[in-house]
Write a protein that binds this ligand. Structure first.
Ligand SMILES: Cc1cc2nc3c(=O)[nH]c(=O)nc-3n(C[C@H](O)[C@H](O)[C@H](O)COP(=O)(O)O)c2cc1C
Length: 238
């Protein structure tokens, strides 16, 4: 593919076919992603890859957490308080989930949600519908591969940058081969649960998931949120 074609082919894929991704292809994609630049070439990230039975087990554990959290959310005080504290539903990831958007960014996040749910015909007040879509994150959108991205906990923003550039390179490499991807910060919410399935060094922290596979023909994959214009991101000189 031409570079421009790869750029426009890469978009978040939230429904996948059941076609497997071969181990050889996965290795090639990871090899290509390793060409990404990193701070002093430290490449301060690691991945854990789940396919087949392992992927199903992780998905079961995460959807169970999600379902329980949704149940707790519907309870009234004091059941809600007690179940929330003792029911094992609290986020157990390496990073605190941060849903506090500053106003400028909140507007864009709301537009993104509206666009996604609008594409799916989920009405504004249909909380159940939104929850059902959210739950699909923990089913990894039925992708044959779920990859978990860990960054070194000691290098702060530079680890995050290294990991982010690696992730984007991986997503572009996948797009170049006709595969779809969706980055998933949501799965890091219960990172402690994911860790149980792998031998993860203590220094590495789960920052994001990535579902990977062949895109299904599904309305959800037609959603294309509007991007900022160049003039909107450039600060003006004094
Ligand atoms: C770090 C990161 C985390 C994301 N987490 C999620 C997620 O948990 N669930 C989801 O459906 N999409 C997630 N996305 C996808 C974004 O919603 C998507 O990239 C954005 O709306 C722009 O759309 P595009 O990827 O199709 O260009 C994430 C993207 C990034 C970069």
């Amino acid at each position: 593919m031409e570079f421009e074609e790869v750029l426009s082919a890469r978009k978040s894929t939230r429904a996948f076919t059941d076609q497997d991704v071969s181990d050889a292809l996965l290795q090639e994609l990871l090899q290509e992603a390793l060409t990404a630049p990193s701070s002093t070439n430290t490449q301060a990230y690691r991945v854990a890859v789940a396919t087949g039975h392992l992927k199903e087990k992780i998905s079961e554990a995460l959807t169970a957490k999600y379902d329980r959290a949704m149940w707790v959310q519907k309870q009234k005080f004091p059941v809600k308080l007690v179940a929330g504290a003792l029911g094992g539903v609290m986020p157990n990831g390496d990073f605190k989930p941060d849903m506090n958007y500053p106003p400028e960014l909140k507007k864009r996040a709301i537009e993104c949600g509206k666009g996604l749910y609008g594409t799916l015909g989920i009405e504004r007040h249909d909380r159940e519908g939104r929850n059902r879509q959210m739950r699909k994150n923990f089913e990894f959108f039925d992708a044959p591969v779920e990859l978990f991205l860990f960054i070194h906990g000691e290098r702060g923003v530079y680890s995050a940058l290294d990991g982010g550039i690696f992730l984007q390179t991986l997503m572009l490499a996948a797009a170049n081969r006709g595969l779809g991807t969706c980055a998933q910060a949501s799965v890091a919410m219960w990172g402690g649960t994911v860790r149980r399935f792998f031998d993860i060094e203590h220094d590495y922290k789960l920052v994001c998931g990535l579902s990977l596979g062949y895109p299904a023909e599904d309305i959800v994959n037609t959603f294309q949120p509007e991007k900022r214009r160049v003039e909107d991101i450039c600060f003006k000189a004094r």
